[in-house]
Design a binder for this molecule. Structure first.
Ligand SMILES: NC(=O)c1ccc[n+]([C@@H]2O[C@H](COP(=O)([O-])OP(=O)(O)OC[C@H]3O[C@@H](n4cnc5c(N)ncnc54)[C@H](OP(=O)(O)O)[C@@H]3O)[C@@H](O)[C@H]2O)c1
Length: 327
């Protein structure tokens, strides 16, 4: 098989950074290029991409479609890992991808498994992009990953893992804590994507990745067992999750430009879908028609959540979104 020329949007981000590493790790299969917006072209992190041998294509994905089509020439696979707030900017990109004859578009999914239509606003904005893809008859693969290990651990009373936690303290148990939920280590998204985009079985399909399926109760017990510390749990009922989610949605409706309200609303939707409805499971993914990446690639062993906790307790974890004001 010839090498695939892959153009990646989001190479400087969290998900995109993992995908970039996963693809660069397999130079025998991929020539990797990065799509960068003009306002970021001179940034240090983009210069670092170039230093790693990644060719940069500077393009405004919200600019004229003809220009966008030109910038996609020669690309086999287009992957988008655009940030959560910018999903609809992919509509024009999909149109251009169709015109440019892209062989596979991987739009920005990479979230938990949930049904479309009012459960998660973030999911629904992604679904708008998927529907546009389907109208175009554009070849695609949609890849969801459960929730990252890096966002799924509770903090400890000693403060020992605070260095890697985005929110501190993080000791909430939602809706009783018994709902199982799929987890993937952020670093394994890239290797999974590298398998998936070389695989004809995943063309025009949904695929889900995960390393573990764990409830919050199981995660807290594991963390206590491995750290020797007792975590003071804060219980949040299903009713409270539902009520605060409705409040956040109302705040956002009153002011759709309120970015903080949007993030609160996304977070409430995740809690509602994962813990109240219990959507993020392999069984529900199969029901929705997803292929299971663990079954497709039995030889690839993703990092287990337990291994991640060992690293975390050893001080070797890494906080996501460094330099984004989470300190
Ligand atoms: N499953 C989970 O647990 C989980 C957790 C977090 C996020 N996610 C999902 O993962 C997806 C990616 O999010 P993330 O947090 O990884 O993203 P991120 O770190 O915020 O990075 C976003 C990337 O998109 C690029 N970008 C934004 N607008 C662009 C444009 N107009 N043109 C070109 N590039 C543009 C940014 O480039 P610049 O350098 O120019 O800013 C950056 O590289 C989101 O859909 C989110 O929902 C899932």
């Amino acid at each position: 098989m010839n090498k695939q020329r892959v153009l990646l949007l989001g190479a400087t981000g969290q998900t995109g950074g993992s995908i970039l590493a996963g693809l660069l790790d397999q130079p025998q299969y991929f020539d990797v290029e990065a799509l960068v917006r003009p306002s970021s072209a001179q940034k240090d992190n983009v210069k670092k991409l170039a230093e790693r041998g990644v060719k940069i294509r500077v393009t405004d994905i919200e600019g004229p479609t003809e220009e966008l089509v030109k910038s996609l020439v020669g690309v086999d696979v287009l992957i988008s890992a655009i940030d959560a707030l910018s999903q609809l900017a992919q509509i024009r990109l999909a149109t251009a991808a169709k015109e440019a004859g892209i062989k596979r578009f991987v739009p920005c999914a990479f979230i938990t498994v949930a049904p479309p239509g009012g459960v998660m606003a973030l999911r629904d904005s992604k679904e708008e992009v998927y529907q546009h893809i389907w109208k175009l008859f554009l070849p695609y693969t949609i890849i969801d990953v459960g929730f990252w290990h890096q966002l799924s651990f509770p903090t400890l009373p000693s403060g020992r893992v605070d260095y890697a936690a985005i929110t501190r303290p993080k000791v909430d148990i939602h809706a009783g804590g018994s709902a199982p939920t799929m987890l993937t280590d952020l670093r394994d998204i890239g290797p999974f994507v590298a398998h998936i985009i070389r695989d004809a079985r995943t063309l025009n399909k949904f695929v889900v990745t995960y390393s573990d399926v764990l409830s919050e109760n199981e995660i807290f017990s594991l963390m206590e067992e491995m750290s020797g510390e007792k975590i003071e749990r804060k219980y949040v009922s299903a009713e409270d999750i539902t009520a605060s989610r409705a409040r956040d949605a109302a705040t956002l409706k009153a002011d759709p430009t309120n970015v903080m309200a949007r993030f609160m609303s996304f977070s409430g939707d995740y809690n509602y879908s994962k813990y109240v409805r219990g959507d993020n499971t392999p069984a529900y993914a199969t029901y929705l028609g997803y292929l299971d990446a663990r079954e497709l690639y039995p030889d690839f062993q993703p990092r287990r959540f337990r291994e991640f906790i060992v690293e975390l307790l050893d001080g070797k974890g890494e906080k996501p979104y460094k330099n984004k004001g989470f300190d």
